[in-house]
Design a protein around this ligand. Structure first.
Ligand SMILES: Nc1nc2c(c(=O)[nH]1)N[C@H]1C(S)=C(S)[C@@H](COP(=O)(O)OP(=O)(O)OC[C@H]3O[C@@H](n4cnc5c(=O)[nH]c(N)nc54)[C@H](O)[C@@H]3O)O[C@H]1N2
Ligand SMILES: Nc1nc2c(c(=O)[nH]1)N[C@H]1C(S)=C(S)[C@@H](COP(=O)(O)OP(=O)(O)OC[C@H]3O[C@@H](n4cnc5c(=O)[nH]c(N)nc54)[C@H](O)[C@@H]3O)O[C@H]1N2
Ligand SMILES: [Mo]
Length: 784
């Protein structure tokens, strides 16, 4: 079944082409682009079986994002980027046995993410022994015992860290955290630490729950939807259908973003005739082109206008009944916002007063308002405070816990929310640990573990010596590439459970293992028969996912099997768990989930209901708030706008249309008009002139951080682009070279990936790519 690998060539950034950006998303090209690679790599049968069973009942949950499935699924409820994700995973191309002898690790480290991913699926466990430069295939038994022996040899379980990426199923995540806590540590950093951690804190402190307070139906029935810091056309394409329906139902949309993203402006639904031949649906009724980091000031200014409207017509604007019965902090908020200085707001946002007036006016006229956000908010220095201001604004008019209204963080990885529900968090509350300890007759550790940033610090300091990753690409996803790589290089053992090669397999420390695993598209057969797994989407709907195609290799194990075997070999009888039974029959895991995880009672029964079930949510369902006083909190947050000295820009690092996080599918970003390359820096044309630079020239991007370390991205093409004044953008993960490890969001410790102060200068000679002072190996080669 496996196929000959097509030749994979590294891209030459000199071939990069810049064309006009699009002002609409979707359309026929979306279908065309989505089908083409699938058929190319997979052949029609495998392609059809996978693409047509995405997000279908009895099919698998698309792994490309956490957007929910509407109740009525059309057989074409897939999207271009979902199709890319499926194609990338379900490809029959595999890494051949000889590959490991042919390619030393030192060579793989010079390869691009694109090249590594295109080598195909990993199909057998491999081991790089101490002092060697090659991985070698080994058996599963050997691999498991090497890892278990290492773990048993540690002086302290806190010398190990266990990372999770948000694709892991509920079942795998649950037994993984049990394994880690059984070992005696809470060192469970995850991708959420770099992603929606700020949402968890901002909502947790105000509403008592870190999850969206809306369902899919609320979306299509809202009067006004405000989208802040999110690019749905690329990152949550199926959301565009919901936006279209909301418009058809008479709703309005406001977008707040430094970039006029195509998917915020117009949508041509490829599943409808008018999307194919017509101009499609206009989405945003108002576009606020905000200066990066200015959202908090904007939200305060809108809330202030709401309070002023109330003062002008007392009793008619605020939802007094709701505020009196369910909230506290109104007087303090009122006093604080009375002091808000409009000039400060205008400077921080780059907006005009009339634009803010217009938004306030729309907000006041709407009865049902949803505010959504993603990385443009959570990865700003003041991300947690900004989210609290979102909640303030919603609470003032009772937009929490009523149909068509609410707060909606849009999560990234398809099961990142479920993983957290299952206990993947370095700071799980005592009640969860108590229940876990009781269920498995052991005493879980209570001290908080490390998050992603702290894990790197402890590796750097030699305190964490062992790293195991359940999916993901930690080294490329983390900030401060040079510092992170230097820290990972110090590891004694680096173990990666993965589907495909990535950079984290090449920054290996002394000893490394790659444990290949089944993907979500593949049939998962165990002793008790074919298994399904379960996932939770961004609106708390939990449902089963069934693999549909034959596994790409005979020697692949599921994530559950790998974790269960590692735990059994390492823990002995420390926890009272039937690891073999877990591997044989996932119902046995679900049985325990039902006992331990609040909201998952009778899990095995409820997951089998038609369409799964929706987790309870206090604010959404009954306006109950799990805060210390039982009331929702209006909060006072000191405005502290990002300072950007003259001659500098605020840089954000973002996703192109052809990538999934650190996975690079290709080198085009078609909505933004970029072709055949990624080394670009987008800057407003007026800023280009002011800086004395020229559109199209090669520049170096210098990070300027208080720690005085020079961080540079070299030889990037300057692209004149309609971003907000004073702002710049490069692609992630390349841009991580510039994000300092210690620059984290206040209150969530998430790397500030959207607010780096930079200076542009003419390009120096030499290799393209990026470097930090300590380690020039952060270079991503552009040519071979
Ligand atoms: N195809 C595809 N789908 C994905 C992913 C992928 O890589 N590819 N990744 C998944 C994951 S894990 C996640 S978390 C999500 C990410 O989804 P997004 O959050 O949409 O991802 P980003 O590309 O980081 O885009 C951030 C947006 O915020 C804007 N922005 C930047 N700074 C600011 C600011 O200060 N204020 C405001 N208002 N806006 C700002 C940017 O211009 C950009 O439009 O997508 C998920 N889905
Ligand atoms: N500068 C900057 N940095 C960022 C961000 C940013 O916007 N800017 N975004 C941050 C965000 S939002 C996130 S979520 C993180 C993402 O961080 P991660 O989740 O660590 O990264 P991914 O790129 O999603 O991981 C991809 C790898 O996962 C493995 N994989 C894929 N499918 C499976 C599977 O089913 N099972 C297993 N075991 N492995 C699998 C493959 O080997 C693949 O190479 O990055 C963060 N880093
Ligand atoms: Mo994410």
């Amino acid at each position: 079944m496996t196929r000959q690998k097509p030749e994979v060539r590294e891209v030459n950034e000199n071939d990069l082409e810049v064309t006009k950006p699009k002002d609409w998303a979707g359309g026929l090209p979306a279908v065309y682009y989505s089908m083409e690679p699938a058929f190319d790599h997979m052949g029609p049968v495998r392609a059809g079986r996978t693409l047509l069973s995405m997000n279908q009942k009895g099919g698998f949950d698309c792994m490309s994002c956490a957007w929910p499935d509407p109740g009525h699924r059309s057989p074409f409820e897939y999207c271009e980027n979902g199709a890319k994700a499926v194609t990338w995973e379900a490809t029959p191309v595999t890494v051949a046995r000889e590959f490991w002898a042919e390619h030393p690790v030192s060579e793989l480290r010079e390869r691009s993410e694109y090249w590594l991913g295109m080598q195909g699926r990993l199909t057998e466990p491999v081991h790089k022994a101490k002092g060697e430069d090659h991985y070698r295939p080994i058996s599963w038994d050997e691999a498991i015992s090497i890892v278990a022996e290492k773990l048993k040899s540690l002086d302290d379980p806190d010398e190990a860290a266990f990372y999770t990426s948000g694709r892991a199923s509920n079942e795998a995540a649950f037994i993984y955290q049990l394994f880690v806590r059984g070992l005696g540590t809470n060192n469970l950093p995850d991708c959420s630490n770099m992603c929606h951690e700020s949402s968890g804190w901002g909502m947790g402190q105000t509403l008592g729950v870190g999850k969206a307070t809306v369902t899919y139906d609320d979306y299509v029935n809202s009067d006004l939807m405000i989208l802040i810091g999110q690019n749905p056309g690329t990152n949550h394409p199926r959301m565009l259908s919901a936006l279209e329906k909301q418009k058809e139902n008479g709703g309005q949309i406001v977008a707040v973003n430094p970039l006029p993203e195509a998917g915020l402006r117009r949508f041509k639904n490829p599943q409808k005739p008018k999307g194919v031949i017509g101009r499609g649906t206009d989405l945003a009724d108002q576009f606020l082109q905000i200066r990066a980091g200015g959202d908090m000031a904007l939200l305060q200014a809108v809330s202030k206008r709401v309070l002023e409207a109330e003062d002008a017509a007392p009793g008619t604007v605020l939802d007094h009944e709701f505020l009196d019965e369910h909230c506290e902090g109104l007087q303090e908020l009122r006093a604080h916002l009375a002091e808000l200085d409009e000039q400060t707001v205008l400077a921080a946002t780059g907006l005009r007063s009339e634009e803010i007036d217009e938004l306030a006016d729309r907000y006041l006229k709407a009865e049902k308002v949803i505010i959504t956000w993603a990385m443009g908010v959570t990865q700003q220095k003041n991300g947690v405070a900004t989210i609290k201001e979102i909640i303030n604004l919603l609470l003032l008019r009772g937009n929490i816990g009523k149909p068509g209204a609410g707060a909606s963080p849009i999560r990234g990885h398809s099961n990142v929310q479920g993983d957290r529900t299952m206990g993947i968090w370095e700071q799980m509350p005592p009640a969860f640990l108590d229940a876990l300890g009781k269920e498995f007759s052991f005493d879980p550790p209570r001290d908080h573990g490390v998050d992603a940033v702290d894990a790197v610090r402890r590796m750097r300091d030699g305190e964490i010596k062992f790293f195991l990753a359940l999916g993901g690409n930690f080294v490329a996803a983390m900030s401060d590439t040079a510092a992170t790589e230097a820290a990972m290089d110090r590891l004694e053992m680096n173990v990666q459970i993965s589907t495909k090669l990535n950079r984290s397999h090449t920054v290996v420390g002394e000893e490394a293992l790659i444990l290949p695993t089944l993907g979500r598209t593949e049939i998962d057969r165990q002793a008790a028969g074919v298994q399904f797994i379960s996932v939770e989407d961004t609106m708390s709907a939990v449902h089963p996912s069934w693999g549909k195609v034959a596994p790409v290799g005979e020697n692949l194990l599921s994530e559950v099997a790998i974790v269960a075997r590692l735990a059994r070999a390492t823990l002995g009888n420390v926890v009272d768990a039937d690891w073999e039974g877990f591997e044989a029959d996932y119902d046995r895991i679900r049985e325990h989930i039902g006992h331990v995880v609040v909201g998952c009672e009778d899990y095995n029964q409820r997951i089998r209901q038609e369409g799964g079930f929706v987790m309870a949510n206090g604010p959404r369902d009954s306006r109950t708030f799990n805060t210390p006083t039982g009331r929702a909190q209006l909060t006072v947050n000191a405005l502290d706008p990002l300072e950007c000295p003259a001659g500098r820009l605020i840089l954000q690092t973002m996703r192109s249309h052809d990538q999934f996080n650190t996975t690079i599918y290709g080198y085009n970003d078609r909505y933004r008009g970029i072709k055949k390359g990624r080394h670009v820096v987008f800057v407003n044309p007026e800023d280009i002139v002011e800086l004395g630079l020229e559109d199209g020239q090669l520049v170096d991007v210098h990070g300027e951080y208080v720690d005085g370390k020079e961080r540079v991205l070299r030889r990037f093409r300057l692209v004149s682009y309609p971003t907000a004044r004073g702002c710049a953008a490069v692609y992630y993960p390349e841009g991580n070279v510039l994000v300092p490890l210690d620059d984290t969001v206040k209150g969530s410790n998430t790397p500030v990936s959207k607010g780096v102060i930079v200076r542009l200068g003419p390009a120096s000679e030499g290799l393209a790519g990026g470097s930090g002072e300590e380690n020039a190996a952060a270079d991503m080669p552009t040519t071979v």
